[in-house]
Unconditional design. Structure first.
Length: 88
């Protein structure tokens, strides 16, 4: 199975966004960063899709993985790498 495209929804001056980018970069995972600043429609879509109003929001393909604490927890549990490889 092919690795899913990883998308990171962020805004400027967000320390958790920086941490999420660092975690993905440390893993060598390419990702597309999408700023939600000034885009109310995108923020509404994110809130409806994830149930969260905060950023960052990390997606693997169409699957929302959550914010930085969620992704870090997946990584600590050994569950993030399989998801990023398209196995989980």
């Amino acid at each position: 199975m092919a690795a899913p495209k990883v998308t990171l929804y962020t805004k400027q001056n967000c320390p958790y966004c920086v941490r999420a980018k660092h975690l993905l970069g440390k893993k060598g995972v390419p990702f597309e960063e999408v700023s939600v600043e000034g885009n109310d429609d995108l923020r509404v879509w994110l809130a409806e899709t994830t149930g969260q109003k905060t950023v960052p929001q990390v997606f693997a393909g169409d699957r929302p993985l959550g914010g930085y604490p969620d992704v870090a927890a997946l990584d600590e549990d050994g569950k993030l790498d399989p998801i990023l490889r398209g196995e989980g």
